[in-house]
Design a protein around this ligand. Sequence first.
Ligand SMILES: [Zn+2]
Length: 519
Amino acid sequence: MTAPRLVLSAAACALLLAACSRPAAGPPAPRPAPWIVIGVDGGELSVIETLWARGELPNLRRLADAGLHTRLATDYGASPVIWTTIATGMPPGRHGITDFVVPTDAGDVPVSSAARKVPALWSMLSRAHRRVAVLGWWASWPAEPVDGLVLTDRLAQELPQRIHPPERQAELEAAHAEARESGIPFGGNDASQLQDRLVTRFAVEAVQGDYALVLPYYRSLDLASHQSWRLYEPAAFGDPVPARPGDDPVSAAYRAVDQAVGEILAAAPPEANVLVISDHGFRATHGEEVQLLLDLDRVLEAAGLLVRAGEEVDLERSRAFAYRSPDYRAIKFVRFAPEGSDPEPAALERARRELDRSLARATFEGGAPAFRVRLPDEREAGRGAHAVVVADKRAATPTLYFDGAPVRHAIRHLGRISGSHDSHTKGILFAAGPAIQPGAVLPEVTIHDIAPTLLFALGLPVAEDFPGHVRDELFRPEFAASRPRRTIASWGEQLGAETPRSAADRTLLDELAALGYLN
Ligand SMILES: [Zn+2]
């Protein structure tokens, strides 16, 4: 008996074909229990404890109760340096990010991923075909191709290469428009708030995806702490304590971060393990620090000493111009002739006296003299200065006058910094989740231990050339026992690239200067 020959309809055939091609419908592959590492720039434990005492910050409280919290020893001072050490396990001498800027012949350029010389966690996981999402992390622009998602730290700027995969650009732009209008009130400044809102939006999505590691980074709290610490800790500045403490931008920034942590936790699967870390803590500055961005060429122009050709300074026709002196430096170099030609000593002396007489007519509001002119010292003369002009930051006002008339665009920014940090202001480490040992104590845990500890947790090899260590104490013994102890000599180096310039460089430099990061 011949098998009945099935005569199937086209549709039935198609179905059958599909059924044949679809792998056997076994149970879906288990989604990896994501590790979520939330970076909060400038998170200071004493502020958290103060707000906890007022019954605030419920999500950080929940994490601490379910797991552990402690202080994280820090180093290196500058945030991009510390966050790169956290992400690479390496010190700056190896990873290559040594400051907020990269000096070039044409002036400082904001630091970028091109300057990093070793793989970061997101490159290591990609090599191991483990999906990773890194969101807003310092020095991550231009976006690197990873097995997953990169949202760079220049999210708020209209720039190319802000996101990987590039196919998600349109989505980013749509989210951008939305985040401009509404979202968590993170504070800091418009750019940082926009960035933190976008990070939250993509983090909430990412923790529901198939990423082994999700790294959202928050920056507004750091800005708010630099700018408004005096309002948070008025006593440190001899100010009266307000009737309703907690009504200040620093406390508000902590509430916002706590809300964001809550939204991420709510979206994350119960099997997720969560860390909240900061690169450093905060303290009051010793007296407020004035941050002044002053464009001296505008004043020399008002004095008739400087001539422009369009927007550019006409060096041939100008009798004086600022030289190699970014606006954020109160000490400005001045030349009386273009590079390569120095006036005769007598002419130099005459030019200095003219400069001195001219700048004596420049004042701040109320008539306070704005500048002091002096001779350059040997080092300054060696760097090309014919004279040195010192702006009096303490007397600075939002408008500068020449012969009583305001000089437009001379003062580009005037602000006061009252919060700061150094290698003694420790950061925070919170951890909770099925793999975390509740109440564990981690003596002297440092920023160098984060990468090795995470790689171990993710079952990836730990490099022997890491200065830091796997902190076993963090894990439940059964979890630690379930992980293979894999090591490799090193994760190696990666070729740094030419420092990329971007249309946002000046805005970024101004922002860094306004925060007192550049000097
Ligand atoms: Zn920082």
